[in-house]
Write a protein that binds this ligand. Structure first.
Ligand code: HEM
Length: 428
């Protein structure tokens, strides 16, 4: 394993695991909701089911998994000291869980009260997380672009949740706000300012380390975060200034920045010396190809009025971004992070290194590859279902099955850790 990691401050194993175990459950719920709703759910981005599905993935799967990774990554990779990580996880994780279920219930019929209750819950959860993570990221003596880009990602999360809360309050209390524009700004912060920003920050560190590539070029890591932030601020300025051509230029620039990250990551994978093919590298390839497909589709939607007027175009883009890019990249990361964490905590038990089981024993390679293939099939079915509504139910079943398999693999990793630990402690 490459260096650049500081293991002393690693949080207890229960911290990342509680997020990683919860995340796939929300993916299963999303698949079941789609299977139950059928093709109508994907008729446009504004159907209640599409909004519920979006947040089951964005908050239920992505945010849970990203919080788990963040609380682990900050101390180990950038040397930040997260204050009382077990307490932070104990507070944040259930709040996120309940908040997400309430929000989803709001769209599925529970109405304004559910939105109104969800808002303070999210504000509390993200407030605690942002203070704990922000303080650790601010105090660490480390330097470098991973750190800066992570700081920007935390700010992006705060902006997303504040905007989402305003929208939810508007739905709950009938506030008069520019709803469509605010939704577009909220989603840009959520997908680019938080999710893509964090993915890039983590990639700078883990792509070279886990996939044995060259590092990302310095010009890219220096420019990516600040450029993304500038473009998001320009995108948000639509609220204040009315300039006709500007949003189009900003959207095209955002797509261009995303495509550079994708091409560069694929190039690094292509030029690495040891071309080991495992679930993580395949998952990352799918994520980056999905990002490129998103860019091409996004440019087409922006340039061709006929496509822009088709309500299914936005759903196609949503599937590519959420399931194609983020679910793929996050799952790929989980398949490296979990075996590594198991190994890390086992080797701290004090037994000779030869007694610590190899990382490859934590999750069987065949189980990860099988789950990867099912995920790709589910993604393909989802994309086809945006064009052919009859495929929505099979797509939902495939999504639920693929997340259930992921959950099973995560649970297996936890059980194997316990078994290995018991064996090693007995032998000490
Ligand atoms: C942190 C990650 C989040 C991401 C990535 C995210 C993403 C999105 C996306 C992509 C949309 C547009 C959906 C569409 O056009 O179909 C949206 C809309 C919305 N989001 Fe979020 N969101 C996040 C968090 C939140 C939170 C925490 C709340 C509430 C507290 C929230 C409330 C809303 C509301 C009310 C809408 C408008 C829905 C409507 O028109 O009924 N979001 N979000």
């Amino acid at each position: 394993m490459a260096t650049g990691l500081s293991f002393e401050q690693a949080p207890p194993l229960s911290v990342p695991y509680r997020f990683f175990l919860a995340a796939p459950c929300f993916g299963v719920l999303a698949g079941l909701l789609l299977a139950w709703s059928g093709g109508d759910a994907l008729a446009s981005r504004w159907t209640a089911q599409a909004l519920a599905l979006t947040h089951l993935i964005a908050l239920g799967f992505m945010l849970q998994a990203m919080c788990g990774a963040l609380l682990q990554f900050i101390p180990v990779a950038v040397g930040g000291n997260v204050w009382r990580p077990r307490l932070v996880a104990w507070v944040v994780q259930p709040l996120l869980l309940v908040g997400t279920l309430l929000l989803v219930a709001g769209w599925l019929g529970a109405g304004g009260t559910a939105f109104a209750v969800a808002v303070p819950i999210f504000l509390m959860a993200i407030g605690v997380l942002a203070v704990a993570a922000g303080f650790a990221l601010w105090q660490t003596p480390a330097t470098g672009m991973t750190l800066w880009t992570m700081r920007l990602a935390i700010s992006g999360l705060v902006a997303t949740v504040l905007l989402g809360s305003l929208l939810a309050e508007a739905l709950a209390r009938g506030l008069v706000v520019p709803f469509l524009l605010l939704t577009d700004i909220h989603l840009a912060w959520g997908l680019c300012g938080w999710a893509l920003m964090l993915l890039a920050a983590v990639s700078y560190h883990v792509v070279p380390m886990f996939q044995l590539t060259k590092p990302y070029p310095l010009w890219f890591t220096r420019a990516f975060g600040p450029l993304l932030l500038t473009l998001l601020l320009a995108w948000s300025a639509q609220l204040l200034i009315d300039a006709a051509a500007w949003p189009l230029s900003v959207a095209l620039a955002l797509l261009a920045v995303g495509s550079v990250y994708a091409v560069l990551t694929l190039w690094l994978q292509h030029t690495r010396l040891r071309k080991t093919v495992d679930a993580t590298s395949l998952y990352f390839r799918v994520a980056m190809l999905s990002l490129l497909a998103f860019v091409v589709s996004g440019v087409a939607v922006l340039m061709l009025p006929a496509l822009a007027g088709d309500p299914r175009a936005a759903v196609w883009l949503g599937v590519l971004a959420l399931v194609g890019v983020f679910v793929s990249a996050i799952t790929g990361m989980m398949y490296k992070i979990l075996p590594f964490l198991n190994w890390l905590h086992l080797q701290r038990l004090g037994a000779p290194m030869s007694a610590v089981p190899n990382m490859k024993k934590m999750i069987p390679a065949a189980a990860m590859m099988g789950q990867f293939r099912l995920h790709v099939a589910a993604l393909a079915l989802l994309l086809l279902a945006t064009l052919q509504p009859l495929l929505a139910r099979p797509a939902g079943i495939a999504v639920a099955a693929s997340f259930a398999w992921l959950g099973w693999n995560v649970l297996g990793a936890a059980r194997r850790y316990r078994a290995f630990k018991a064996g090693m402690v007995a032998a000490l």
